[in-house]
Every structure is written in structure tokens, then in C-alpha cells.
Design a protein around this ligand. Structure first.
Ligand code: SF4
Ligand code: SF4
Ligand code: SF4
Ligand code: FES
Length: 982
């Protein structure tokens, strides 16, 4: 297909927009409102070109075979200029004293591109105040060009539906919830709108007065300078004024550092540039991350207060009685090595245990397991995937072979149907959730949500149902049986690709619709509807998380999910498959890189003599053959007196492990406990030595996200005080124990990993440079697999396996004494217990404490209101919290977010576990509730987004602008004159 563009023939791509074609070829045409990740908005009119002699917006026109396009005819040029002149009527060009004058301001750059000297339509301020009510960003209506990018991003990409422009108003502006202050709106502070704003109308507050050389001047001085600019413009023109501002902009380059990193919070794996001036974080700017593009959530965009927090550990600490004293690195490391050696000599290597951090890098997990195995001689090695992800991995190991997501986030966006089970995706994996929300809102994707709680995704779903807690396996099996019984299964796929079909079908016999309906408390019609929707969908992705895995049947339910996908042929194709959503930024990577009791890196079995021999040869040691203790077993072994010492880094074990009182008790019994941390965590209380580590922004390495995506992070800042990157500390400990390691950079560690790990054979730092990524398995030649199963499944015969799973009663069931079921999980604003996120003031302001959600029914029954203090008591402990009455929970269900170190929900959870993986059954907790009589304010302040009232609309709705009486398409006038002449 060809078009004639400015007289030349050009090949076009199917569905290509003219503006994309023009940009691809490198022709300069202004386009202010167009952003490739948002699609055409068509509000600015600056991209007018002639198509077949008619003026058209290049962003809103799809290139078609035979088209004749002229981008710089006198008419097109005049139309572009007229459109841009209107923009300047809304925006004052005070670039030299603007914090957005950093070379990437679209308004500035377009002024320069069009060589604008004077404007026809004079600048006119709008009759509104600057809105400073959000702690993270501000809106200046006077600078807003009404391009609508922010609205489009909020409505169609983030899909929070907060922003709109009421085009019918006399003086339109951007509105939050139709006219509320930002700080009291439904805005979740994700930052999409700020990131896409083409000028300074929306800006991070951390930039204000900081980015420029002259932007910190007082308001009156700034106003004075702006007046000078306005004064000289008629005489000098903008050209000269812009030149001055460009000198200032270039000067900024020497002091503003821009470094790419990967988010430290959840497993979505957003990557972005961090702009810094010395240690001040100017802003986080996402643009081209493989997982996120321009997207972030509040944590990735603004949650960096922990980096420069006064609370950072900056010196090693050594216990002295009940307190700690500062020590030198030399003294601390020598003590650690001496005590490890003594304990190993006295009670053997298996009396020591090592816990790696899912917050730290792949290279650091690799070194920790190497220290445990090669230097100490034990496989007592684990990471916190034990607390959440191990059952999902087990379900996939059993059925399809690899313990990783079947495809990429793009596959989830592309699926015909997304089924979410036990995942509060919009809060726990916010950016991934945006892809589902967008596909559902804009592209007709179907959404089914199964959850005991009505979270945001549930409110958006086509079908939402609440199975009784712990019964997901039953309805999944019943739906699968129904699909088989009614000839809806993908028989061809099963015949070709799946073993054990007959045995599996037989195992489903007892899972009738009637049985499922009764046990799960669901109407049969819901089950059949769900079954039919799944069977008929063009590609199904199942997303699940801790609502499934943190049950005593976590592995079996995960297996049932994969069985259902196999039965319906939803593997081996784009837009389909199993997507367990990994919690921490690097929980996938920690396991991938051997921080497990039974696996070397790449899931190579420690019990396999051939594999072991390979590692023995490479590391020049002999290695223990028996799998070691996992986290759960370690706690028992401490109580039993078998485990004497532990080395743990980047993990708040005493609060995030289930049955926290029992865990704390164990940690206090250790003979020697080393904790490597960035803050004095609750777990540090039990330590003998505390080693100050560096957070993600202060080191290099790689993280692996939920979609098996390996990404590099670069060092943004120097380590604070005497803190050090974890890989350096682990190496120092190893070397004091005689290891003789000589790694000078994490890249060298990865070379060793790649050489020993077929799954990562082709991973190199060069192949991961900048924003480049690889999704494992990575072959030696560097080819990776965004879609995991293309040619075969990961079993010797290349076929997947149906894996029958029975159902059993959940543990810790409610009874007359403990009559309520307690659910728990994350909140959008905080990550887990909040050790890092509480250090960001704005987050603390919006979400200061934990609380317990109570249903209106239960509230009525017990006389509870929002703000009432209640005490929850389980069979294992008690906590106090304030109630929030909400329909998110139902009947006798309670929900308590994890964001507390004082009243941690895990003081209530039990030591019951998933049978196959020992993952704690956090979600099987029964409690009794006592109303304490005191009533305080709503624990969620007025500024929390939950109090807002979104205003959904299809996007910017520019058609409403075009209907305004004062709107005239630029160039129309010219067209008329020419027509008349003709
Ligand atoms: S939710 Fe708030 S921060 Fe996010 S795009 Fe909408 S208005 Fe902007
Ligand atoms: S605030 Fe929104 S409408 Fe105004 S200039 Fe920025 S992106 Fe455009
Ligand atoms: S917390 Fe997760 S969704 Fe939010 S920015 Fe970080 S990686 Fe992205
Ligand atoms: S870029 Fe086409 S109308 Fe704005």
C-alpha cells in the first residue's frame, strides 16, 4: 500500500496513522495533543495537512492506499500556525523561569519548530486559582493549553476516570471529579496525567523551584521577570527570547542527572527515568518501559521518600545487651564471619540458614545462595516467594512445566476475556490493572472477577461473584467439568498437547454444578454463564494472586486454574494463559536465581548429582546434596533448637510471616542473627548484627518482573552514609569466610549465572542495556520468549499434563467463638507493611494507618460505625484497629490491609500452610470482634481517593469542543476564500 507524501511515493503500514507515518519518515509537522500511547485526541488542530486537497488532522486520519498528502502547503502551514496561535493564547511563554524548560517541553519546541515570532491571539489568563491540594503535583489553569492529553490518559489509559474538560463552559479547564479540589477527588496520584502533559500546567511538586536556575525566585520576582518577557516580546519576538531560555536549559543538563531504573515495589516491573539534582529527586519520568510505557502508580511515581529518609541505617550496629552500638564495617563483618564459622564448626552447616530478599537484585540472590551452599555448605536457603508465590509456581510446574507467566502483559491486554481470581489487581498491581481496565473499557474485553471482596476490578466486571472463602478449587473444577460435559472443551488441543485427560475427567466426577453451588454459595446460572463465557472467548488469561495462593489448597487451586486453561486450549497462543501476579519487584527473580532450598539458579535441582557436579566444578567446592529448610521449616527448626544462626536481608520477616508472634518468638531464640536492612525494621530488634544496605536507587543489577522480564537498574545515587549495596556486603562476608570472590560489578556476577543456568544462558548486561529487556528462557544467542509455550510445553515429551486435584476443608474455620472470617492484603498506597512507603509524607497523609473493613450488615448488627475502635482476636493473637464501613466486604467478612508495623494483621494469622509448598494460609483466619467503645475520625482521611466521585466518559470527547459556537476549524476560512476564487 502506498501514499504520495509531499510528492513522493511512500509505503504505508496497515492501520498506520498519517501522523505516525510522517514521524516515521522524519518530516516535521507540529502535533501537540497527539501522543502515540494515547492515540488521537484531535483537540489541538496543529497537525493539519492536506489530504486530497482537503485539510485534515494527521493524527485522526488513517493512511490509505492511493492517498495524496501534502504537509507544508500554504493552506496546511497557515492552518497549523493558526491552531498553534490559539494554543499560545492559553499559555504564557516564560520558559527561562519555568521548571519545565528541560528540552522536552512540547509547547516550547513547537514554538521553535514553527519559528513563531509574535502571536495574533493575545495570552489570556483563566479565572481560576492554581490547585496545590495534592501533595505530589499541582495544576496551573493559566498554563493549561486544553490539549486534553491528561484527560485521555486518566479516562482511557489509567482508567481512573477522574479528569474531564467541560467544553461547554465559558472558560474550560481540566476538572477533577467534575470540579473538586485535586486533593479531595478520586485521583489516585498515579501520575499519568503529569507525565503526558506537554507543558508545565501539570507538574510534580518536587520539580517546582528546583529544576531551573531561576525558578526558585520569589513569586514577585518571577512575576516581574515574566512581565519583562511580555514587555520585550512585541519588539524582539519570541526567537530571541527562546534563545535565552535554551541557554538556561542547556545549563541545567550539567546538574540534572537522568538515570534509568526499575521500580522497587511490585512485580509489574515498571521502569522509568529518575531525574535528580544532587540527592534531590526532581521527578520520576516513565516513557518507554517495556511493561509500562508512560504508566506508573503512586508508589513508583512518588513513593521515594525512603531514599533520603532520616531513618536510614548508615552504620553497622552490634547488639550490646538490650541496645545496639555503632560499629565499623571491619568490626561488624569480622564478627559475622567469626560467629558463622564458630556455629558451623560446633553444630554443623545445617544449623545456619539464609533468607534472600525479593526486593533486592538477581545478582544479590545468586550470591546469597552461593554463600549458603558453597561457603557454609547448607541448602537452608529461601526467599519470601514462600509467603505468596510458591503455590502458583507449583501449579504451573505440575501442569505446564515452567513456573512463570505464560505470556506478557500485552497478552493480557489482548485477551478476549480476563478472569481474575483472588487478586485486588487495581491496588496490588496497579499498572497491570490499567491494561485490563483499558481493554475492558475501550476494546470490548470481557472481565470476570471471583473474589470474596468487591474491589475495583469487581465493580468493573461483566460478571462478579463471591465464592465462600477457600472454595475456588471447587467452582473451577465444576466449571471445567461443565465444559467437558457439554462438548465445550478444546478437544483438538487436548489430543495434541495434553496428557492424562481421561484420568483428569474422572477426577472431576464429584464436582457437579449442584455440589459447587452448594459448597461455594453460588447460583448454578452463574457457574454455567462463567463456563460458557470462558469456552467461547477468543483467548482467556487468568490472573490470580494471594487470594488463591495463601490458602491451605493454594497449590491445588493454582493447578485447577491451569487445568481449566488446558481444557479450553488457552495456552500456546497470544492473548491467553496463566498469569500468577508476582508480588514483590523481584520475587520472581529471587526464586529464578536459586534462593530456594531445593534449587540452584534456573530451577536446577540440588538433589540431581549431574547438576550438583556442574556447580561443584564451577565453584570448586563440594556441595550438600539434600534440599534444605524453607522459611516455614526454619521457624520450626529454631523452636526445636536445631537452627542456631540466620542471615537475612531485605525482609521484614517478623511481620510478614504468618503467625507473627510465633515467628518473633523464634527469632528471639537464635544464637546469632544478622539482618541486612535499609531501616531499623521490627525484625532488627532480634538481630545481633545489623548491616546497613542500599536501596534500589543506590545500586546496579537486574530485577525480573512478573512477566519473566529481566531489566537493568542503574545507580542513581551514591549509597547514603556508610551503607553499601547488598552484593558488596554478601561478598565481604563470604570473603571473610575464605571464599576469595572477586566480583567488581554485578555484570560479572551475571556472567557466572548465565554460564551455569540454561534458563538464562543468553542474558548479558549488553543485551539489557538501557530499556532493553529479555523474558526468560533466554537462549545463548540472546533470543527470548515473550510467549512461553510456542513449540512445546516444558516436559520431556513436550506435552502438558492435566493434574487431578481433590478439595479439602480450609483450615482455621469460623466457629461460635471465632465467628468472623478475616481477609487481608495490600492497599494501593502502601507496599506491604509500609516500611518504605510510610517514609513518603504524601502517602502517609493520604493513608496514615491500617483499619479494618466491616460490612454494613455486620456494622448494624454490632453497632459499629466508621472510626469505631475494635479489637480483633484470633486463636494466635490480637490487634486493635479502627473500622471502615464499606460494601466492599459482605456479611461476616472482614478485611484488614497489611500496612501497619504496630497492629500487624499477621499477629492474627496462623501457622497452617499449603500442603505442597508450606506457604502460610494467611487467608484462612477466623477472629472475634470486640467493639471498644471509642470512636475516632475516619481512618481514611478526606484526602484519600476512596472518598472521590469519578466522572467516567469515553475520553476527551473533543466533539463537544467542536460544537462550541466559538470553535472554527483552523484553515476553514482559507478554504472558503479559495473556493470562492475558484
Ligand atoms: S488518577 Fe489522578 S494522577 Fe492519575 S491520571 Fe487521573 S488525575 Fe492524574
Ligand atoms: S493539564 Fe491537561 S489539558 Fe492542560 S496542558 Fe496539561 S495535559 Fe493538556
Ligand atoms: S508499584 Fe508496581 S505498578 Fe506501581 S509503579 Fe511500581 S512496578 Fe509499577
Ligand atoms: S496532534 Fe492532531 S489534533 Fe492535536
Amino acid at each position: 500500500m502506498m501514499v504520495t507524501l509531499n510528492g513522493r511515493s511512500q509505503a504505508i503500514r496497515a492501520g498506520e496513522r498519517l501522523i505516525d507515518l510522517i514521524n516515521r519518515i522524519g518530516i516535521e509537522v507540529p502535533h501537540v495533543c497527539y501522543h502515540p500511547q494515547l492515540g488521537p485526541i484531535q483537540s489541538c488542530d496543529t497537525c493539519m495537512v492536506e489530504v486530497g486537497g482537503k485539510l485534515m488532522r494527521a493524527c485522526g486520519t488513517i493512511a490509505a492506499d492511493g492517498m495524496t498528502v501534502v504537509t507544508s502547503s500554504p493552506r496546511a502551514d497557515a492552518a497549523q500556525r493558526e491552531a498553534f496561535d490559539r494554543i499560545l493564547g492559553n499559555h504564557l511563554l516564560y520558559c527561562t523561569v519555568c521548571d519545565n524548560n528541560n528540552g522536552n517541553c512540547t509547547v516550547h519546541n513547537t514554538t521553535k519548530m514553527l519559528a513563531v515570532e509574535h502571536q495574533e491571539i493575545p495570552y489570556k489568563p483563566k479565572p481560576y486559582e492554581v490547585d496545590m491540594s495534592n501533595p505530589f503535583y499541582r495544576y496551573d489553569p493559566d498554563q493549561c493549553i486544553l490539549c486534553g492529553r491528561c484527560v485521555q490518559a486518566c479516562q482511557t489509559l489509567q482508567v481512573n476516570e477522574t479528569l474531564s474538560i467541560r467544553w461547554e463552559d465559558e472558560h474550560p479547564r481540566v476538572l477533577w471529579d467534575g470540579g473538586a479540589p485535586i486533593g479531595e477527588s478520586s485521583c489516585v496520584s498515579c501520575g499519568h496525567c503529569i507525565t503526558v502533559c506537554p507543558c508545565n500546567a501539570l507538574m510534580e511538586r518536587s520539580m517546582l523551584g528546583e529544576a531551573g536556575y531561576m525558578t526558585s525566585l520569589s513569586k514577585s520576582a518571577l512575576d516581574g521577570m515574566i512581565d519583562v518577557v511580555k514587555g520585550i516580546e512585541p519588539e524582539m519576538g519570541y526567537g530571541a527570547i527562546l534563545q535565552v531560555s535554551e541557554v538556561e536549559s542547556h545549563m541545567r543538563e550539567s546538574r540534572t542527572k537522568i538515570t534509568k531504573t526499575v521500580c522497587t515495589y511490585c512485580g509489574v516491573g515498571c521502569s522509568f527515568d529518575v531525574w535528580t539534582k544532587d540527592r534531590h529527586i526532581l521527578k520520576v519520568e516513565p516513557s518507554e518501559g517495556a511493561a509500562n510505557g508512560v504508566s506508573t502508580c503512586i508508589k513508583g511515581k512518588f513513593g521515594w521518600g525512603h531514599i533520603n529518609s532520616q531513618d536510614r541505617l548508615t552504620k553497622p550496629l552490634i547488639r550490646e545487651g538490650d541496645t545496639f552500638r555503632e560499629a565499623s564495617w571491619e568490626e561488624a563483618l569480622t564478627l559475622v564471619a567469626r560467629r558463622f564459622a564458630e556455629i558451623k564448626a560446633a553444630t554443623g552447616p545445617d544449623s545456619l540458614a539464609f533468607i534472600s530478599s525479593s526486593k533486592c537484585t538477581n545478582e544479590e540472590s545468586y550470591l546469597m545462595q552461593k554463600l549458603a551452599r558453597a561457603v557454609i555448605g547448607t541448602n537452608n536457603m529461601d526467599n519470601c516467594s514462600r509467603y505468596c508465590q510458591a503455590p502458583a509456581t507449583m501449579g504451573l510446574f505440575r501442569t505446564v512445566g515452567y513456573g512463570g507467566d505464560a505470556g506478557s502483559i500485552t497478552d493480557i491486554g489482548q485477551a478476549g476475556l480476563v478472569l481474575i481470581i483472588g487478586s485486588n489487581t487495581a491496588e496490588s498491581h496497579p499498572v497491570l490493572a490499567t491494561r485490563v481496565k483499558r481493554a475492558h473499557k475501550m476494546h470490548g474485553q470481557k472481565l470476570i472477577v471471583a473474589d470474596i471482596r468487591e474491589h475495583e476490578m469487581a465493580t468493573r466486571a461483566d460478571v462478579f461473584f463471591r465464592p465462600r472463602p477457600g472454595t475456588d478449587l471447587i467452582w473451577l473444577s465444576a466449571v471445567t467439568k461443565y465444559i467437558f460435559d457439554n462438548g465445550l472443551a478444546s478437544q483438538k488441543f487436548i489430543d495434541q498437547w495434553v496428557n492424562h485427560a481421561e484420568e483428569f475427567k474422572k477426577s472431576l466426577e464429584s464436582f457437579t454444578l449442584e455440589m459447587a453451588s452448594e459448597r461455594c454459595g453460588l447460583p448454578i446460572e452463574t457457574l454455567t454463564k462463567v463456563a460458557r463465557m470462558i469456552a467461547e472467548a477468543d483467548g482467556v488469561c487468568v490472573l490470580w494472586a494471594m487470594g488463591v495462593t495463601q490458602h491451605s489448597m493454594g497449590s491445588d487451586t493454582s493447578t485447577a486454574i491451569s487445568n481449566l486453561l488446558l481444557a479450553t486450549g488457552n495456552y500456546m497462543r497470544p492473548g491467553a494463559g496463566a498469569y500468577p501476579l508476582r508480588g514483590h519487584n523481584n520475587v520472581q527473580g529471587a526464586s529464578d536465581h536459586g534462593a530456594m532450598p531445593n534449587y540452584f539458579p534456573g530451577y536446577q535441582e540440588v538433589a540431581d548429582p549431574v547438576i550438583r557436579a556442574k556447580f561443584e566444578k564451577a565453584w570448586n567446592v563440594s556441595l550438600p546434596p539434600k534440599p534444605g529448610l524453607d522459611n516455614h521449616m526454619m521457624i520450626d527448626a529454631i523452636h526445636e533448637g536445631k537452627l542456631k544462626a540466620m542471615y537475612l536481608f531485605g525482609e521484614e520477616m517478623s511481620l510478614v510471616d504468618s503467625n507473627a508472634n510465633f515467628v518473633s518468638d523464634a527469632l528471639s531464640k537464635l544464637d546469632f542473627f544478622v539482618v541486612q536492612e535499609i531501616f531499623f525494621s521490627e525484625t532488627c530488634q532480634f538481630a545481633d548484627v545489623i548491616l546497613p544496605a542500599s536501596p534500589s536507587l543506590e545500586k546496579e543489577g537486574t530485577f525480573t518482573s512478573t512477566e519473566r522480564r529481566i531489566q537493568r537498574l542503574y545507580q542513581v545515587l551514591e549509597p547514603l552514609g556508610e551503607s553499601r549495596p547488598d552484593w558488596i556486603i554478601i561478598q565481604d562476608v563470604a570473603n571473610r569466610l575464605g571464599a576469595g570472590w572477586k566480583y567488581e560489578h554485578p555484570a560479572q556476577i551475571y556472567e557466572e549465572i548465565a554460564a551455569l543456568t540454561p534458563l538464562m544462558a543468553g542474558v548479558t548486561y549488553e543485551r539489557l542495556e538501557g530499556y532493553k529487556t529479555l523474558q526468560w528462557p533466554v537462549a545463548e544467542d540472546g533470543s527470548d520468549q515473550p510467549l512461553l509455550y510456542t513449540k512445546e510445553f516444558h516436559f520431556p515429551d513436550g506435552k502438558a499434563r492435566f493434574y487431578p486435584v481433590p478439595w479439602s476443608e480450609p483450615t482455621d474455620q469460623p466457629n461460635a467463638e471465632y465467628d468472623l472470617h478475616l481477609n487481608n492484603g495490600r492497599l494501593l498506597e502502601h507496599f506491604h507493611e509500609g516500611n518504605m512507603t510510610y517514609r513518603t509524607e504524601g502517602i502517609r497523609e493520604k493513608t496514615p494507618c491500617t483499619f479494618v473493613e466491616v460490612s454494613p450488615q455486620l456494622a448494624d448488627e454490632r453497632g459499629i460505625q466508621t472510626g469505631s475502635w475494635v479489637q480483633l482476636t484470633s486463636r494466635y493473637g490480637k490487634v486493635r484497629a479502627q473500622a471502615v464501613i464499606t460494601t466492599r466486604v459482605h456479611g461476616k467478612e472482614l478485611y484488614m490491609p497489611m500496612n501497619s508495623t504496630d497492629e500487624a494483621v499477621n499477629r492474627l494469622t496462623s501457622s497452617h500452610t499449603d500442603k505442597a509448598t508450606h506457604t502460610p494460609a494467611y487467608k484462612e483466619t477466623s477472629v472475634q470482634l470486640r467493639v471498644l467503645g471509642e470512636i475516632g475520625d475516619d481512618p481514611l482521611p478526606r484526602t484519600n481517593s476512596r472518598h472521590g466521585h469519578p466522572t467516567p466518559q469515553t475520553g476527551v470527547e473533543v466533539e463537544r469542543k467542536w460544537k462550541r459556537k466559538d470553535y472554527r476549524q483552523p484553515g476553514e476560512h482559507l478554504v472558503q476564500i479559495q473556493t470562492l476564487k475558484a
